[in-house]
Design a protein around this ligand. Structure first.
Ligand code: PMP
Ligand code: GLU
Length: 405
């Protein structure tokens, strides 16, 4: 349901039309219910439940001890930009210099600044659904029109080149692309992405924001960087960050890299809105890039075990289908065959929001309704939770399904 906030005077109409983040709202609701004394299991938050690796924490302590607590250059400290550029060249095949890297307060800010820099009222922004909740709202904020390209569980939630081609008009300005995907965990293969890039080559006006924040959370798949595909470097802004891969959600560090003119425009916006991310966080980010990959690999191995556990349980849920995700830490089952059923207190489950509220209020499991991701048939389950909690949550969801008439 759209959230309307009453205002005594007119707001900026773009802000009035914007929806608050449903993922953050559901996480807050789960926490509030827990504070009120309920034993809530949260599968709502999109954040690793692991601690930030020790070398990262130590680097932050050191920054504090050394008094590295002042403003840094707007785009980030030179050594961090250089380390990120080096990572992008080495791991992603992107030929970028440090000057083409902009550090921001999270990947969310990086995506928002790219949309702000590139789009204007009247432009169309292509967003494959199910999508991360913030993309359409960012487009709306600049007066652009989100154009949703529907994918399905049958196609493993990937957009085909034909779908992309059909969606492009002379107003299309941007494709917001996200692989591995939040909320589906879908990962595009290199061949699938090359086919999408081929379509875009024929449309010079269309740019890409490639949100690669789940790059390291991959199971049986390989990661492909959109900007490294033929002809795409000149019109792709690659977004990534430290939140997911390094369990650093609270530190707020993300970055964008791409053509200099776009990055410079984004940096101008940042200089007037927020300035650089925290000096301490930047030092922590530098340590993250330098540390051994072992803690990341352990975290991803744990996510894989949890994914497999949840998929096993889900396989027994009546009339619930869920493609096997190859990345990120979400499952996005189709639960729509349970719509129209009634809970013991008479509540009718009309759609995904009712379903999520039923799970939270009557069975103490927090999830996020598919509605917020542009796919009302689904429900997002984050398995970034302990095995013990996942076990309990699965049992509760099974009881919830049994409890519907
Ligand atoms: N993109 C996607 C797809 C996400 O799931 C998230 C999660 N918060 C972000 C961007 C933003 O990450 P952050 O701002 O924490 O770097
Ligand atoms: N991206 C995470 C999620 O989808 C964190 C919340 C947010 O930033 O939206 O749950």
């Amino acid at each position: 349901m759209p959230v309307e906030i009453p205002s005594p005077q007119p707001l900026n109409p773009h802000v009035a039309a914007m929806q608050p983040s449903a993922t953050l709202a559901m996480s807050a609701r789960a926490k509030a219910r827990r504070r009120a004394g309920h034993d809530v299991i949260s599968l709502s938050a999109g954040e690793p439940d692991f601690d930030t690796p020790a070398p990262v924490v130590e680097a932050a302590h050191q920054a504090l001890r050394e008094g590295f607590t002042h403003y840094t250059p707007n785009a980030g400290i030179p050594e961090l930009r250089e380390a990120i550029a080096e990572k992008l060249r080495r791991e992603n095949g992107l030929e970028v210099e440090a000057a083409q890297v902009l550090c921001s307060n999270g990947a969310k800010q990086s995506v928002a600044q790219a949309v702000l820099a590139l789009c204007q009222p009247g432009d169309e922004v292509l967003i494959p659904a199910p999508y991360w909740v913030s993309y359409p709202e960012m487009a709306r904020l600049v007066g652009a029109t989100p154009v949703i390209v529907e994918t399905t569980p049958e196609s493993h939630y990937t957009m085909t080149p034909e779908q992309l081609d059909d969606a492009i008009t002379e107003r299309t300005r941007l494709l917001v692309f996200n692989s591995p995907s939040n909320p589906t965990g879908a990962v595009y293969s290199p061949e699938e992405m090359a086919a999408l890039a081929e379509v875009l080559q024929a449309h010079e006006r269309v740019f890409v924001v490639s949100d690669e924040i789940y790059e390291y959370v991959l199971f049986d798949a390989v990661h492909t960087t959109f900007g490294a595909l033929p002809g795409m470097a000149e019109r792709t802004v690659t977004v990534n960050g430290f939140s997911k891969g390094y369990a650093m959600t609270g530190w707020r560090l993300g970055y964008a890299a791409g053509p200099q003119w776009i990055i410079s425009a984004m940096a101008k916006v940042q200089s007037q809105f927020t300035s650089a991310p925290s000096s301490i966080t930047q030092k922590a980010g530098l340590a993250a890039l330098a540390m051994s990959r072992e803690p990341i690999e352990e975290m991803v191995a744990a996510f894989r075990r949890r994914r497999d556990f949840m998929l096993d349980r889900l396989a027994h849920w009546p009339e619930v289908d869920c493609p096997k995700p190859e990345g990120a830490f979400y499952l996005f089952p189709d639960i729509s065959s349970h719509f129209g059923r009634t809970a013991s207190d008479g509540t009718v489950i009309g759609g995904s929001e009712d379903f999520a509220m039923y799970l939270l209020e009557q069975h103490d499991v927090a999830t996020v309704a598919g509605h917020a991701f542009g796919a009302d048939y689904g429900l997002r389950l984050s398995y970034a939770a302990s095995m013990e909690d996942l076990e309990k949550a699965a049992t509760r969801i099974e009881a919830a399904l049994d409890g519907l008439n």
